[in-house]
Design a protein around this ligand. Structure first.
Ligand code: ARG
Length: 460
């Protein structure tokens, strides 16, 4: 069936039909399409195009189609151009002639935007729920390892000691912002385009606010040309997906390293790792590698739609049909990655002795020493110099912080008075960072409690 044809003398060629059809992928929108069309039937009744009886028959037929669509074989032999066409053909089969009125004053241009919005706002909510699961696992892991000390890195070099929960809470913050990005994407998506017609506004006096209410939209689009030509609601979603994937990918990268023999901090669960077909000893972090790998794919989805939209003249162009595959793919890959990351975090155990040793054998305490000198009155640049020379001497003589005594330190520099030697222990320096957002134990405990509270409110 076609929703057009009167103006043509010949039908479309087979090659064009095959090339332009979208049913293979846009069938995923069938529930949204039916839901939107049922609301539209009610709107048609309100403007007097359908009688109450006709509307009732149409809505009931749509319910039947929805139920049938769940059965295998529903799409077999379907050669319709797209999901909208298929649904209308099925409606005709069930409801007969009255189905010819369903498209009164409506265009597929607004219909496809409507369907995608209905679908996408639920996807946003799904992503938010999956993000909450990841955040919850991070907090559990932080609570279970609340006193562990690790070297924090800059430039992949040991920089300053931090509490392991502080590191985990950094990712919590990133995922919390991702949650907000999906809330924002949902807010922009949750607007009704119906009533816009093909581009100029419908020729029928629909009460658009009433349709919006019927479908649970927060408002209506304000410009019919924008409604027909806009896809930035989809781009918002893809951007939110991409940033979330980047965060997942960075966490994956960290944990791939931290669980390696070289680090030995983390033990990933057997259930999220795989072995080698040749090397019997291997336990590979494939789950995390795939998360890292899929981030490229999702960023590709965003790039794909950005490039599709760039330079499209107002308003709808068929190019825009290419929005769906990247959108569906990004949503599927991200949700899968979030579920995978939750499982990885849940399965992972920290071996606190290894990062503690890494902190103790390195010079992560250097900044603590320099700052203590500055607190005692030495101008910071001079303090930096003194500690720099102290570290150089240690490196030359192969000394770790614990190899120094207070007496030897004082001999090295008179500024190092009695209590300075205590700062050779990384946990002493951590204790000086009791500032909001810092890694001091009290600050971190407070941040962890706050994070739990915030997460509890998101889940509600
Ligand atoms: N399958 C089309 C899409 O996904 C639906 C809109 C078609 N509109 C049109 N004027 N050809 O974008």
């Amino acid at each position: 069936m076609k929703l057009w044809g009167g103006r043509f003398e010949a039908g479309p060629s087979e090659v064009f039909e095959r090339f332009s059809g979208s049913l293979d992928f846009d069938r995923r929108l069938i529930d949204a399409d039916i839901r939107g069309s049922q609301a539209f039937a009610r709107a048609l009744e309100r403007v007097g195009i359908l009688t109450a009886e006709e509307r009732g028959r149409i809505v009931a037929a749509f319910d039947e189609i929805r139920a049938e669509a769940a059965s295998p074989g529903f799409y077999e032999d379907a050669t319709d151009e797209d999901v909208h066409t298929l649904v209308i053909r099925k409606l005709k089969e069930k409801a007969g002639g009255v189905a010819d009125k369903i498209h009164t004053g409506r265009s597929r241009n607004e219909q496809v935007s409507l369907d995608m919005r209905l679908w996408l706002r639920e996807e946003c909510a799904d992503m938010q729920a999956s993000l909450c699961a990841v955040m919850g696992r991070l907090l559990d892991h932080a609570e279970a390892n609340s006193t562990a000390i690790v070297p924090g890195y800059t430039h992949t070099r040991r920089a300053q000691a931090v509490l392991w929960p502080h590191y985990l809470l950094a990712y919590f913050e990133m995922f919390l912002r991702d949650w907000e990005r999906f809330a924002e994407a949902k807010r922009r998506t949750n607007v009704l385009p119906l009533g816009s017609g093909a581009l100029a506004g419908s020729g029928f006096p629909f009460d658009r606010e009433a349709i919006a209410q019927d479908l649970g939209f927060e408002g209506i689009t304000r410009n019919s040309m924008d409604a027909s030509g806009d896809r930035d609601f989809a781009l918002d979603f893809l951007y939110a997906c991409s940033v979330t994937m980047i965060h997942l990918s960075r966490l994956a990268e960290d944990w791939i390293l931290y669980s390696s023999e070289e680090f030995g901090w983390l033990e990933l669960g057997d259930g999220v790792t795989s072995g080698s077909s040749l090397m019997p000893q291997k336990k590979n972090p494939d789950s995390l590698e795939l998360i890292r790998g899929k981030s490229g794919r999702v960023i590709g989805c965003l790039t794909s739609l950005l490039v599709t939209m760039k330079g499209l003249p107002m308003t709808y162009n068929r190019d825009m049909q290419e929005d769906k595959v990247p959108l569906f793919d990004a949503a599927y890959q991200l949700n899968g990655s979030l579920l995978m990351m939750s499982a990885v975090i849940e399965s992972t155990r920290l071996n606190p002795a290894r990062p503690a040793a890494a902190a103790a054998e390195s010079w992560v305490v250097a900044t603590d020493l320099a700052e203590a000198l500055a607190r005692a009155g030495t101008p910071f640049h001079q303090a930096h110099q003194i500690v720099g020379r102290f570290v150089l001497e240690s490196v030359r003589t192969g000394k770790k912080p614990s190899d120094w005594t207070a007496e030897e330190m004082r001999r090295f520099a008179p500024e190092f008075t009695g209590e300075f030697a205590e700062l050779l222990n990384a946990d002493k320096g951590i204790g000086t960072r009791e500032i909001p957002g810092g890694t001091g134990p009290v600050s971190v405990a407070r941040a962890l409690a706050l994070a739990k509270q915030v997460l509890g409110q998101l889940i509600l």
